[in-house]
Write a new protein. Structure first.
Length: 96
């Protein structure tokens, strides 16, 4: 699955204008939030906690226009404790 980091920049530019510093800050906030979701997945002790973390990641991706990451997060939410999917999310995040 290919990821388009430019999609986030386009979404942010549409929302806040062409301020490169603000776009960089918002991109950093996106990545930090996604990393917290990943940490929640890794720490999830129940299927419910796992699903919640996956759905938070999906919502975050949707908010930033990361459609492919959103689809992957939906897969994660539906597959409790599948660490292979978490690894895919981590790889995808490095592309942003």
């Amino acid at each position: 699955m290919a990821y388009d980091p430019g999609a986030i920049d386009a979404t942010l530019a549409a929302a806040v204008g062409e301020d490169p510093q603000l776009i960089t800050e918002l991109r950093r906030a996106f990545i930090e939030s996604a990393e917290r979701c990943i940490a929640s997945l890794r720490a999830a002790e129940s299927a419910e906690a796992w699903r919640g973390a996956g759905l938070r990641l999906k919502g975050l991706a949707a908010s930033f226009g990361a459609v492919r990451l959103m689809a992957l997060a939906e897969e994660v939410a539906a597959a409790p404790h599948d660490m292979r999917l978490v690894a895919r999310v981590e790889r995808a995040l490095t592309r942003f």
